[in-house]
Design a protein around this ligand. Structure first.
Ligand SMILES: Nc1nc2c(c(=O)[nH]1)N[C@H]1C(S)=C(S)[C@@H](COP(=O)(O)OP(=O)(O)OC[C@H]3O[C@@H](n4cnc5c(=O)[nH]c(N)nc54)[C@H](O)[C@@H]3O)O[C@H]1N2
Ligand SMILES: Nc1nc2c(c(=O)[nH]1)N[C@H]1C(S)=C(S)[C@@H](COP(=O)(O)OP(=O)(O)OC[C@H]3O[C@@H](n4cnc5c(=O)[nH]c(N)nc54)[C@H](O)[C@@H]3O)O[C@H]1N2
Ligand code: SF4
Ligand SMILES: [Mo]
Length: 857
């Protein structure tokens, strides 16, 4: 087709040499001779590279990965030769280095990947209106110019607006909305994504979710806990960087650790004193059994297990006496637990039937937590990424309140996940704004719920609220950023949608799933190829990255792509994006960066800026006094606030509220933590899917544990007798890095199955198995392990679907091929509530992913 493609074909890409070869050789081999610099690299001798000293430049590690670390790239003659991590300070338990994980250290393999998108591409059989739409996903690609590509996108936008309306254009991410809003707007999407039922609900009953806000204490205080409960969190995989190390300090300081998880994770292995395997999505029932134990056994004089003082001063709804004004006194939590009205006491035995945890263990853990002075009750989001889990966060809070483990040193109850893992509190250092103006308003108000959208588009109707269904006719999809077709519920339907609509565009780095099913793909730069910026992670540190290399091939910044499409729609660059240059944007972020003052009471400028800096940068600005110079920031790439125990930067969540709840009420209807919350129930009802009670009653998940039975009472298993969870896996940050050869080698992406389930099905480690749910089928190689509770399989999140269309089967282990487009409650994407079965695959065995051909175009 084109010269470079032929060259790549001729090269007869060999995975072995690619993985085994030295880095420089790799980059040379995979890049065709289309750029001088790259040509030079092929010519550079390995020895020369070894000895030459390039410049170490702070380089972005920009993913939504749960950690955040310092990366530095050594650039020799315009090419990144090596990558290293934080050596800017001595490593210590109080002030750990911000060290990169295995993915960050493989970043060069991504930026210089053989499969990087290099030029704008058009699907061969595309025509205005779609052409042969069925071919999406399997068609050939044709290289086109940027002028043609942006021209096609603009003319399709106009054609579809005129034939249908702006309500037929769906944008799933990125900033293309800036251009589209100038011509009437577009439909958007929303959902609970990461947080599950922690996303919005908790604000109604008085707890925060732990990402932007924090319901737990900071990492120094973790060392004051005597017992830490890790309830469905695995920082060793999903919060790389320093969180696991911080937990280790707490453990060294004497804390015991209980891990409650269907999988014996690497965090459990490192930190755990006890692993309590639980059926996914049944945590709520388990905790009710624990609450029942405390209610049954508590005696304020001889065996105090419940913190009545805390319940009375800080909560409403626990029992008849504590019900808020106007509420039905009978509808209290304690009577529900005791089964006063429904005849079903939520005993440890009852909870055991559902959760799979022995009743004796349930009682023992409940007593242990209640009778230990200082406990950290920490949960990740995974147990809340469950359909119908809207009352789970309130249940978690209720148990924390019953035991009083809240808002005091060493005592906390809440979310510990992602950047906030084991380290709550406001940011100690942050970057400033770029100064780019906000852009035009979107005149279209429709927005589709992730968990429903593929189905809604196929049906032509979506849920907009309680008793509120609206028609929708999507004909164009613009994937500006994100991996929507891969990461949303019900991927099989998503693929159908992509084969139906008239036009699909993706900006991206590779032929990802979104790109594969598109008509036009536009090659975007990575942050290594851009001007620079800040990345944030844990509250202690701020990461600054610079431009590392020139844009590769014809890649352009997303902002530039949006601007050029906007210009084709008849607007000026300024109208689309304002007139703040990328250099000025970076400078504004530096000038606006703030750090906590020494007293811990306010923020002050982080960076000192001189007149000379302003002149050298060629920007507008004012000199200012800060902690570090611009050149120090440029050189180090990180600013980390120095911590020590007892310093001014500690954080105890909701401390003031607990000390004086009348003077410092919460922002709930009653000012208290609401074990009875009408506001929560009303909120969930208003979303328009399913409803809940004001108290945290247990609602079995749709496609949850109970649904693995045809008849739960008779213990008769159904067609899909197993549950699926999607742990966030170290090979990937979601879908990112799935194609990375080093990581494919390090993390093979097998499906984890328990020894018991494998034996029952005659499956051994290394066998290819087909995993089947109601919604789809996928193949994987089995990894048989004792690390999983029997009855649950672990299909790691984020593999790029690879459909064998004839057999209607995915070969890559794509998690969302198994999930359905099923929305419940507050629009939860409940991925961890999915049921399936697996069996030995009769067809050809799968090759290991590391031997698969890359998707080069
Ligand atoms: N079944 C199942 N599904 C899940 C989950 C699960 O556990 N199970 N987890 C969910 C969670 S928690 C999340 S947060 C979501 C994540 O869902 P997504 O945000 O959709 O996933 P990512 O893989 O992070 O997608 C980022 C995409 O943007 C691209 N990209 C990165 N930088 C740029 C850029 O500068 N420009 C452009 N144009 N593209 C760029 C990357 O290459 C990648 O394709 O997935 C959710 N989906
Ligand atoms: N390596 C890697 N790290 C990541 C990401 C990634 O894609 N890859 N994504 C990042 C993002 S955006 C997010 S939102 C976070 C998500 O972070 P989490 O939600 O904490 O991550 P998971 O790995 O899905 O689950 C954590 C643990 O919960 C367990 N678990 C699953 N279901 C249940 C359940 O029903 N009950 C109980 N008790 N335990 C359960 C899993 O076995 C796992 O050990 O991870 C972040 N970190
Ligand atoms: S944890 Fe995230 S930021 Fe840190 S190196 Fe890994 S991928 Fe990069
Ligand atoms: Mo997430």
């Amino acid at each position: 087709m084109f010269e470079f493609l032929n060259k790549v074909k001729e090269h007869k890409f060999s995975r072995r040499t690619f993985i085994g070869a030295g880095a420089a050789v790799t980059a040379g081999a995979v890049f065709p001779a289309s750029r001088n610099k790259l040509q030079k690299l092929t010519a550079v001798q390995a020895e020369e590279l070894q000895s030459s000293e390039g410049e170490w430049i702070p380089a972005a590690c920009w993913h939504n990965c749960g950690g955040r670390c310092l990366l530095k790239a050594e650039v020799v003659d315009g090419i990144v030769k090596r990558v290293k991590t934080d050596d800017t300070r001595e490593d210590s338990p109080d002030n750990p280095q911000q060290r990169a994980c295995v993915r960050g250290r493989s970043q060069r393999q991504q930026v210089y990947g053989v499969d990087r998108l290099k030029y704008p591409m058009k699907r061969k059989h595309w025509e205005p209106g779609g052409g042969n739409k069925e071919l999406r996903g399997n068609d050939e690609w044709v290289r086109i110019s940027w002028d043609e590509a942006t021209g096609i996108v603009a003319s399709e936008i106009e054609r579809i607006r005129n034939k249908y309306s702006n309500r037929s254009i769906l944008v799933t991410g990125g900033d293309i909305g800036r251009a589209l809003n100038l011509v009437g707007g577009h439909v958007g999407t929303w959902g609970t994504t990461s947080w599950g039922s922690w996303r919005w609900g908790p604000a109604y009953f008085g707890l925060q979710e732990g990402y932007f806000e924090h319901s737990i204490n900071d990492r120094m205080d973790l060392r004051n806990s005597q017992l830490i409960v890790l309830w469905g969190l695995n920082p060793a995989w999903s919060s790389p960087g320093s969180p696991t190390y911080n937990f280790l300090q707490a453990k060294k300081a004497g804390a015991r650790v209980i891990v409650i998880d269907p999988m014996y994770s690497e965090s459990a292995e490192l930190l755990g004193d006890e692993w309590v395997p639980v059926h996914p999505g049944t945590d709520h029932a388990l905790m009710l059994g624990m609450a029942h134990t405390l209610i049954e056994e508590d005696d304020p004089d001889s065996n105090p297990l419940i913190d009545w003082d805390f319940l009375k001063s800080c909560t409403v709804g626990f029992d008849q006496e504590m019900m808020p004004e106007g509420a039905d006194k009978e509808a209290n939590f304690k009577d529900y637990v005791l089964g006063t009205h429904d005849g079903q006491p939520k005993t440890a035995e009852w909870a055991s039937e559902i959760s799979g945890v022995e009743a004796g263990v349930i009682r023992r853990i409940a007593r242990d937590i209640a009778s230990t002075n200082r406990v950290a009750l920490l949960t990740g989001w995974a147990p809340a990424r469950i359909k119908n889990s809207d009352s789970w966060p309130q249940m978690f809070m209720t148990f924390g309140a019953m035991t009083g483990h809240m808002a005091q040193p060493g005592r906390m109850t809440g979310v510990s996940c992602h950047f906030g893992t084991g380290n709550g509190g406001p940011r100690l250092v942050m970057g400033g704004g770029s100064g780019v103006p906000p852009g035009a308003e979107n005149d279209v108000s429709d927005s589709l719920v992730h968990a429903e959208m593929w189905d809604a588009i196929l049906k032509g109707e979506y849920t907009a609220g309680y008793n509120d269904k609206r028609d929708i006719d999507i004909q164009m999809i613009y994937h500006g950023m994100g991996a929507t077709l891969q990461t949303r519920d019900g991927q099989s339907k998503g693929i159908d949608v992509h084969k139906n609509v008239e036009f699909v565009v993706t900006n991206g780095h590779f032929i990802t799933t979104n790109a594969k099913y598109s008509d036009i793909v536009l090659p975007a730069t990575t942050p290594w190829e851009r001007e620079g910026g800040f990345n944030v992670g844990n509250r202690d540190a701020l990461f600054y990255y610079r431009n590392v290399i020139d844009p590769l091939f014809e890649c352009k910044d997303d902002a530039q792509i949006t601007t050029e499409i906007g210009m084709k729609l008849g607007f000026t660059a300024e109208e689309v994006y304002g007139d703040v240059s990328p250099r000025q944007q970076l400078f504004n972020q530096i000038a606006g960066a703030q750090v906590i003052n020494k007293a811990g009471t306010d923020y002050e400028p982080l960076v000192t800026i001189t007149d000379k800096d302003i002149t050298e940068w060629g920007v507008e600005g004012e000199p200012q006094k800060g902690r570090i110079t611009v050149s120090e920031l440029e050189e180090k790439g990180v600013y980390q606030v120095e911590r020590k125990p007892g310093d001014n930067y500690g954080y105890i969540a909701q401390e003031a509220f607990r000390k004086d709840p009348e003077a410092n009420p919460l922002e709930t209807a009653t000012g208290k933590l609401e074990i009875y919350s009408e506001a929560l129930a009303e909120y969930v009802k208003g979303i328009g899917f399913t409803e809940i009670d004001p108290i945290p009653t247990y609602n079995p998940a749709t496609e949850g544990y109970e649904d693995t039975y045809k008849n739960f009472q008779a213990k008769e298993k159904g067609d899909y007798p197993l549950q699926v969870i999607n742990p966030h896996y170290l090979r990937r940050a979601h879908t990112i890095f799935d194609n990375n050869p080093w990581l494919r080698e390090a993390w093979p992406n097998d499906v984890y199955v328990s020894t018991a389930d494998a034996r029952e099905r005659g499956v051994k480690s290394g066998d290819t198995v087909v995993i089947e749910s109601k919604h789809g089928k996928t193949l994987r190689i089995a990894h048989v392990t004792e690390r999983l509770i029997p009855g649950t399989i672990g299909l790691m999140h984020g593999a790029w679907v690879e459909m064998d269309e004839e057999k209607d089967i995915d070969k890559a282990g794509s998690d969302n091929i198994l999930t359905g487009a099923i929305a419940t409650g507050q629009a939860i994407s409940g991925w961890n509530s999915t049921i399936c079965d697996f069996r030995k695959w009769e067809g050809k065995d799968l090759k290991l992913d590391k031997l698969w051909e890359p998707r080069t175009v």
